[in-house]
Design a protein around this ligand. Structure first.
Ligand code: PLP
Length: 369
């Protein structure tokens, strides 16, 4: 096969037509209002609530700060049950709030937290569960809610991968006490950098808005030890523009995903993703587990790289294997996550990925089968 000159990266950011963005930022030069909950910020908040069909949502500068501040708003203490099969953000947000993550293993079907293993990890110090809808796969939300109710625990979903999805017709933002979204450039819907907390109870609205603006309530009152996590007007404009096109983008991702499935289905030693029952998917990722394939995940990752195809070992290493947590946590307590993390790779997937490029990637993989 000819060596390609242009690399294919694992993802490529969605951008609206340039004129659309340019036209919308023009008025900012008249108002000179750049940040601090301006008109575009309010408008994007309104549109996102409508898009998700939910009542409560607060925007943030990114998904990570959304998670940190959801944790602070709910005043979690002690231990938090979570998953190591995720992006660094989930575990770091817990640790940076002086809480102790307790790692629950994942299930080998959809890689979300194994709900059957949660209760054994609950102690008198446990205050919450922070599961992740990893790759856009919904957690066992009913089981998790039942357990949380029984033990009086809060639930915050890391829904960073779940934008635009529904489970039984309800948006990902409608589950748990709160769900956090990431609108990072690499996600299905982006505001360049950005994020949001969706939540069940209305009182959180005021608290989250205070927390993201230094805890300031008004000129005379600072009532929370807050930080700075406000989304600015340029980010909000990018969001408003991208939101107009996100459904088409998801549809294009579907075509890419189906092409991968068509080409790779039935190959010995490859475990492919599938859409869960009752879920409307967003086709955010295409994770493949190399288990019993002719070569290992790492060999395939290198081989694709030699052909200018840059897949990612997502999620490897597990967060409980990070160097910064050495001596504190270990992946020995989560053997399924360890097994999957050592074998999984996400293939390039974005709306504008050409189907002939998908074919090329699949041919390379099948050539090693
Ligand atoms: C992207 C991501 C985050 C963090 O979001 P940012 O917007 O990049 O801060 C958190 N959790 C998961 C699972 C993610 O993929």
């Amino acid at each position: 096969m000819e060596k390609r000159t242009k690399p294919i990266l694992v993802t490529r950011s969605s951008l609206p037509p340039y004129e659309e963005f340019a036209e919308m930022i023009r008025p900012i030069w008249d108002t000179a209002w750049l940040t601090n909950m301006g008109d575009y910020h309010k408008e994007l908040e309104r549109q996102l609530k409508a898009y998700m069909g939910i009542d409560n949502l607060v925007l943030f500068v990114n998904g990570h700060m959304a998670l940190e501040m959801a944790i602070q708003a709910l005043e979690l203490t002690g231990e938090v049950i979570t998953t190591p099969f995720t992006f660094a953000s989930t575990t770091h947000a817990i640790v940076r709030n002086n809480l102790t993550p307790v790692f629950c293993d994942i299930n080998p079907e959809d890689y979300t937290m194994d709900a059957d293993k949660i209760e054994a990890l609950i102690t008198e110090k446990t205050s919450a569960i922070i599961p992740v809808h990893v790759y856009g796969n919904f957690c066992q939300v009913d089981r998790i809610e039942e357990i949380a109710k029984k033990h009086h625990l809060k639930v915050i979903y890391d829904a960073a991968h779940t934008f635009g999805e529904t489970y039984r017709g309800k948006s990902a933002g409608a589950y748990g006490d709160a769900s956090i979204f990431s609108f990072h450039a690499t996600k299905v819907f982006n505001t360049i950098e950005g994020g949001a907390v969706a939540f069940r109870e209305e009182w959180m609205d005021h608290r989250l808005n205070c927390l993201k603006n230094f805890g300031i309530v008004d000129q005379d009152h600072v009532v929370w030890v807050g930080g700075n996590a406000k989304m600015n007007e340029f980010q909000a404009v990018m969001g408003i523009c991208n939101l107009r096109h996100v459904d088409q983008e998801i549809e294009k991702r579907r075509l890419v995903t189906e092409r991968y499935l068509e080409r790779l289905e039935g190959t010995k030693g490859l475990k492919l993703p599938h859409v869960q029952k009752d879920v409307k998917p967003n086709y955010a990722y295409f994770p493949v587990v190399f288990d019993g394939f002719a070569c290992s995940r790492d060999e395939m990752w290198r081989y694709l790289g030699e052909h200018q195809i840059f897949a990612r070992k997502y999620f490897y290493p597990l967060t409980n294997e990070f160097q910064c947590y050495e001596g504190h946590f270990t992946s020995q307590t989560t053997p399924v996550a360890k097994y999957i993390g050592d074998r999984v790779m996400t293939l390039p997937l974005y709306a504008d990925l050409a189907l002939r490029d998908v074919d090329e990637i699949c041919s390379l993989i099948l050539g090693r089968a």
